[in-house]
Design a binder for this molecule. Sequence first.
Ligand SMILES: Cc1cc2nc3c(=O)[nH]c(=O)nc-3n(C[C@H](O)[C@H](O)[C@H](O)COP(=O)(O)O)c2cc1C
Length: 220
Amino acid sequence: MEAMENIKSRRSYRAFKPDPIPREVMQEVIEAASNSPTYMSTQPWEMAVVSGKKKDRLSGILLELAKSNAPINPDVSPPPDWPAELDKRKHEHGARRLETIGVERGDEKGRETLRLLNYEFYGAPCVIFLYMDGTLGEWSIYDMGLFTQTLLLAAHARGIGSVIQASVTHYAKEIKDFLDIPGDKQLLVSIPMGYPAPDAILNTYRSIKKKPEEFVIWHE
Ligand SMILES: Cc1cc2nc3c(=O)[nH]c(=O)nc-3n(C[C@H](O)[C@H](O)[C@H](O)COP(=O)(O)O)c2cc1C
């Protein structure tokens, strides 16, 4: 796929075919992502790639926690408040996602079903957990973001759909325990990956993007 076309057509997928991704394809994608830029070549990224029965067992544990609204313990906390403009976009995103799948705003059960799908990794056959040393800060999170986007684009170039998840890492301690990741690592996101389910209603949702004229100031 041509690079510009790849960048422009990348989007999140939230429904997948059960077909596994061949190990050599995942390896190629991960190797491509390791070419990401990084502060002083520090390359803070570490990852666990989970599939098969192990993924199903982890999903079962997370679903139980999420269903019972167990106390969350993310390694990276969301800001307590968002600037008004961003907060508005957040709400629009939530409302439009529900609308796409025909769930009314007041339909608590429908909303809960959608929330819980996160913990089933949206049915993806494979999920990546990205983490880094716990002593690292913002600059390394920046590097992790660059790595993540390169990973997503490389996967997309091979026909693999993905979605970044912060919600799943609410249960960072339980995930790290299950995957034998040392407790002092910082778990950042999970990324379900798989071949997109072509007819799934969940995959019809498209986010609205800011136009360059809304955020660019040209100086000449
Ligand atoms: C840090 C981060 C956390 C996210 N967490 C979730 C999540 O928990 N669940 C989910 O369904 N999507 C999640 N997303 C995906 C965003 O909702 C999605 O990227 C955004 O709406 C833009 O849509 P697009 O990726 O299709 O362009 C997350 C994205 C990022 C970058």
